[in-house]
Design a protein around this ligand. Structure first.
Ligand code: FAD
Ligand code: SIN
Length: 558
């Protein structure tokens, strides 16, 4: 018996669509499918615990008369350094307005021009209409040639999440489950059958640690990214690449795992765990400065602070290493106080809790792991290599981001792919059967672990060497060191899993070790520097841009 978050007792172990993840991608797909199917959405923590809730800057879409779909596509291709797939870029940017209209219809309180001009964060938002998006205020971020970021002040993710969660909680066809962690997928070949179709997933209740099989006609991975593989990250704790790891174990290809994006400006403060300082500050005129007050971006790129993220993060890393300093500074103090408070109320408030008044003081910042550009390979409908298994959002690889994601294109991709995947599922649902077969979870040969300290130690070790050896600047030697270490951890975790019952920490560690292996192996394979992958051994761009595609079948490290 489980309790749904809307308070009803419910025994839910089968439905039409099982959505693993309650972020922007998962909730959007659930809402789009709920009119023709029964949907269960699970989240391994509370529903809000993904990256979505923390998203600040906004969602990219073309609403300015001076802007065009072609401009948005062209900026995305430039940021992606030759590796974006043009057809998916066109598809995503051309569908952006439809998604924004839908989000407005769901009640997302985006900031309007009137509200932004009033410069009073406490003023009520004028009502919005999906038929008229011209009232929305647009901000700017790195890589974008025009103002095209739709936002809800500086807490866009919270506004989106809360509106979608409210809709989902009130929909009779959607059941939401917190504290349920997907362990692995079940495919028909595991039952000795010929085909590989996905028929469900093993789900652990993180309180009781009981694992049950959940059957569904379609399983959708919407589990977010894997930036928790790095010691310093803007991401929430659950960003352990579970979807990528589960899909890989089930037999799906993954691509471009070497492209982990480092956001240039994470707050540097001993007590501020992973707090992002939005790129929108630079979009609205903030400067990056060295400790002595000098600006430095002019030495790296003519677009200065608004160059794409890979360039800005590398420039900061270079300057920090050159000067031996712990951080650089972001300075917006030259803007009027009212302007700062109306655009960035959340960031202002949060920084104040650490004694930094951003209206008067510079903000200490460092780059941090932020976004996983690679992931489970999918087509334009979010279909993976395995029938009836979909992947959408940050866990997937569509080819949109290439070698470097442009700011605010991620939430956009979550919505567009959730829309297209739901259309595909609607087409297929009438001819897809719920499996009557299954294999129960078997824990007969394992015991409760008495060595949890080993898990904590391995977590720490992994995230440190990923930061030191597979970070912003790489070399063959560093990558090989990381590869040796991850192989040792992999042996340990396999041994551990053979003997001990699973727990949330153990599951996440197992997934992170696998994903770290895929990141390292992909980085070793790329013999060039492109976008987010920069190596001192191959500093130039290769003539031809190629994806790094890894296949689980007969896989061996490079
Ligand atoms: P998430 O929102 O991360 O949700 C993942 C869900 O999966 C969670 O519910 C989690 O509990 C669940 N889950 C994971 N594993 C399991 C499992 N094994 N079992 C059950 N549940 C599981 N992008 C933009 O476009 N614009 C921005 O302004 C922006 N700002 C950002 C700011 C921050 C601080 C961060 C961290 C990211 C930001 N991004 C932004 C990136 C963007 O927010 C994410 O890429 C996007 O929200 C991912 O959405 P998602 O639905 O794929 O995953
Ligand atoms: C930010 O607000 O800087 C994050 C935007 C993004 O990651 O797209």
């Amino acid at each position: 018996m489980t309790r749904t978050t809307n308070g009803n007792e419910s025994t839910c172990d089968e439905c039409d669509i099982l959505v693993i993840g309650s972020g922007a991608a998962g909730l959007t797909l659930a809402l789009r499918c709920a009119d023709f199917a029964s949907v269960a959405v699970i989240s391994k923590g509370s529903l809000r615990e993904g990256a979505t809730f923390n998203a600040q800057g906004g969602i990219a879409a073309v609403l300015d008369d001076q802007d065009s779909i072609q401009n948005h596509a062209s900026d995305t291709l430039t940021a992606g350094v030759g590796l974006c797939h043009e057809e998916i870029v066109d598809f995503v940017v051309s569908n952006s307005n439809e998604c924004i209209r839908w989000l407005v219809s769901q009640g997302v309180p985006f900031t309007t021009k009137t509200r932004q001009d009033q410069q009073n964060p406490n003023q009520a938002e004028p009502s919005l209409s999906p038929d008229d998006l011209s009232s929305l205020h647009l901000t700017k971020e790195g890589g974008h040639s025009h103002r095209r970021i739709i936002h809800a002040t500086d807490a866009t993710g919270k506004a989106v999440f809360e509106a979608l969660q409210k809709r989902a909680l009130n929909h009779d066809n959607i059941k939401l489950f917190e504290n349920r962690i997907a362990v692995d997928l079940l495919t028909r070949n595991k039952l000795g059958l010929q085909d590989q179709a996905c028929i469900g997933a093993y789900i652990m209740d993180s309180h009781t640690l009981e694992v049950t099989l959940f059957r569904a006609k379609f399983v959708v991975l919407a589990t977010g990214g894997a930036s928790k593989a790095y010691l310093y990250t803007t991401n929430p704790d659950g960003a352990s690449g579970d979807g990528i790891a589960m899909a890989w174990r089930a037999g799906c290809r993954v691509a471009n795992m070497e492209f982990n994006q480092f956001h240039p400006t994470c707050l540097f403060h001993p007590h501020a765990k992973s707090f992002l300082i939005s790129e929108a500050l630079r979009g609205e005129g903030a400067y990056l400065e060295l400790p002595d007050g000098n600006r430095f971006m002019q030495r790296f790129d003519e677009r200065l602070e608004l160059a794409p993220r890979d360039i800005v993060a590398r420039a900061i890393d270079f300057e920090m290493k050159r000067l031996g300093c712990d951080c650089v500074y972001l300075n917006i103090t030259h803007k009027p106080r009212d302007f700062i408070l109306s655009h960035f109320p959340t960031i202002h408030k949060r920084c104040l809790t650490f004694g930094i008044d951003i209206c008067k003081q510079r903000i200490p910042v460092v780059p941090s792991a932020h976004y996983t550009c690679g992931g489970v390979m999918v087509n334009q409908q979010g279909e993976t290599d395995i029938p009836n298994l979909y992947a959408i959002g940050e866990t997937s690889f569509t080819g949109l981001h290439g070698a470097n994601r442009m700011a605010s294109n991620s939430l956009l991709e979550c919505f567009v792919l959730a829309f297209s995947a739901s259309r595909r599922i609607e087409d297929l649902i009438g001819t897809t059967e719920l499996s009557t077969q299954g294999l129960p979870w078997d824990e007969s040969s394992v015991n409760k672990s008495e060595d949890d300290v080993l898990i904590a130690h391995d977590w720490d070790e992994l995230r440190r060497f990923m930061w030191d050896f597979v970070g912003i600047v790489r070399t063959d030697r560093r990558l090989q060191r990381a590869q040796q270490r991850v192989q040792v951890l992999e042996q340990e975790i396999q041994d551990y899993c053979k003997h001990y019952k699973i727990s949330t920490d153990l599951l996440e560690l197992r997934n992170l070790i696998l994903v770290a292996q895929l990141i390292i192996d992909s980085a070793i394979r790329r013999k060039e520097s492109r976008g987010l992958h920069y190596t001192l051994d191959y500093p130039d761009l290769a003539d031809r841009a190629r994806d790094t595609v890894l296949m689980p079948e007969n896989y061996g490290p490079p």
